[in-house]
Design a protein around this ligand. Structure first.
Ligand SMILES: Nc1nc2c(ncn2[C@@H]2O[C@H](COP(=O)(O)OP(=O)(O)O)[C@@H](O)[C@H]2O)c(=O)[nH]1
Ligand SMILES: [Mg+2]
Length: 464
């Protein structure tokens, strides 16, 4: 027990809404003392008993100074039918910087302690309200940046992934039962009929696990988005392209080459993929010291990015700096944007398309917004190129932890098949089957360690 120690005797509290100006704020309290604490500081406006799951209007009383402040709505929820499975109180106060903080302080003063990041959800998991994959989905819902990533997270919270994993585990359990029935006859070979059936079933399970694995590439970019850099010489239209893509003025556009020296980051939704774009300073050989720094940083951002938008200006000839930029991108996923198609062309297209593959190029005019939707489609096509047909799939693997567990389960199943073919003792066979069950059990948290839980929940925000 190292990272997060759950002690259900303790009552925890946190402000569950973002801090700052806003209409209302919610202070959440969970644990055995939550109702008593709330009763000490909440005075119901109307007479009568507090009813569960009803919003009661009233005031907060500072029981140290006996002063009242803020009108609130307060709801009491009784265990176990609550988010955490414990007694919960939620106080809906006015928002802002002071009121919620003051109420939280009062709650803490009266016997609660501050909740750790994700501790409400951690308790929900510990109390069997949801499994680990579902708990992770709660964080994914909060972090979702596109409808598509939200859909995946919601499916996961509803248990789509957990159901799939549990079904596969049941199938492995069936195989295990068959194998263990043979343990009583260790001298004999496994019944060939049983062996054949087991092999077939194992093959099907592996097929399904492999399908899940292959959905991860798509799942990852749906969930996490894609780090992207716009690069190119100064003045080719990088900032203008970014503006066209986000359909609003955001980046600074200027006729003076070398204006974009800081970084402008935007998230653009390309058919459900969040492109996290950074606009960079133009890359060129320069003697200006400040610009040099910008160029250096642009190159660094380009190297860090997973995807590159490389802008070339077709109203100018290809120059050494263009070649340098093209060479810079190595074998990264990329698209070439041949910009300024609205004005006279100076660029030699034969030379251009010798240098860059035409199928990953789009000719645009950022000025007139020409071919911007083609550009978006091309970006989507390049990013999802070579992915299996998982686009419409209801279930994508989005979490590297799940991916690792599935890979391990597959490894054990392969070892199982090998041993089966070598006609080894059934005891060896059941070891591999049990290990594969454990690996899959890690996904739903049936098998877990305090370390793993600590790592998962520490990434949550406080109050969730
Ligand atoms: N004619 C034309 N001018 C453009 C186009 N895109 C950008 N520009 C102009 O080129 C100049 C440089 O644009 P900017 O986006 O700041 O380039 P950056 O230095 O690469 O970021 C500005 O005067 C823009 O108005 C285009 O498609 N056509
Ligand atoms: Mg710029």
């Amino acid at each position: 027990m190292s990272t997060i120690q759950i002690n259900n005797e303790e009552t925890i509290a946190a402000i569950s809404t973002p801090i700052g100006e806003g209409g209302i704020s919610v202070i959440r309290i969970s644990g055995p003392k939550s109702h008593n604490i709330a009763k000490k500081i909440f005075k119901k406006a109307e007479k009568g008993k507090i009813e569960y799951r009803k919003l009661h209007f009233g005031k907060i009383i500072d029981n140290t100074t006996k002063t009242t402040f803020d009108d609130v709505l307060c709801t009491f929820m009784k265990a176990p039918k609550t988010y955490t499975g414990e007694d919960i109180v939620e106080i809906h106060s006015h928002g802002g910087y002071i009121v919620p903080k003051k109420i939280l302080e009062l709650v803490l003063h009266n016997g609660a302690r501050p909740a750790l990041p994700g501790e409400f959800t951690n308790r929900a998991f510990m109390n069997g309200k949801m499994d680990l994959a579902q708990a992770e989905a709660v964080a994914d819902i909060i972090n979702a940046q596109t409808e598509k990533s939200l859909k995946q997270a919601e499916n996961q919270l509803q248990g789509v992934l957990s159901d799939k994993i549990n079904t596969l585990k049941d199938k492995i359990l069936d195989i295990l039962a068959e194998i263990e029935a043979q343990v009583d006859f260790p001298e004999e070979d496994i019944d060939p009929v049983v062996k054949k059936a087991v092999e077939q079933s194992c093959k099907e399970i592996k097929g399904e696990l492999n399908n899940l694995l292959s959905s991860y590439k798509m799942g990852k970019i749906i969930k996490e988005g894609v780090y992207t850099a716009i690069i190119g010489k100064p003045n080719v239209g990088k900032s203008s392209i970014l503006n066209s893509l986000i359909e609003k003025e955001r980046a600074i556009v200027s006729e003076i080459p070398g204006t974009t020296r800081d970084f402008i980051e935007e998230i653009i939704n390309i058919n459900g993929i969040a492109l996290k774009i950074v606009d960079t300073a133009g890359i060129r050989t320069t003697s200006d010291e400040i610009e040099k720094v910008g160029v250096g940083l642009a190159l660094k951002k380009a190297r860090e990015a997973e995807f590159l938008l490389i802008v070339l200006d077709q109203s100018r000839n290809l120059e050494k700096d263009d070649l340098r930029i093209v060479n810079e991108c190595g074998d990264k996923k990329k698209i070439f944007i041949i910009n300024k198609s609205d004005i006279e062309r100076k660029m030699n297209y034969d030379k251009l398309y010798d240098l860059v593959p035409k199928e990953i190029s789009v000719e645009t005019s950022a000025k007139n917004n020409t071919n911007i939707s083609e550009l978006k489609n091309k970006i989507y096509e390049i990013l999802t190129n070579n992915f299996d047909n998982v686009e419409s799939s209801e279930l994508l693997l989005t979490n590297i932890r799940h991916k690792n567990s599935i890979e391990n389960a597959l490894k054990y199943l392969s070892s199982f098949t090998d041993i089966l073919n070598q006609n080894e003792s059934p005891e060896f066979l059941s070891i591999d089957l049990r290990s594969s069950l454990n690996s899959l059990g890690e996904i739903t948290g049936e098998v877990t360690t305090e370390d793993v839980l600590g790592r998962i929940f520490s990434k949550f925000c406080i109050g969730k």
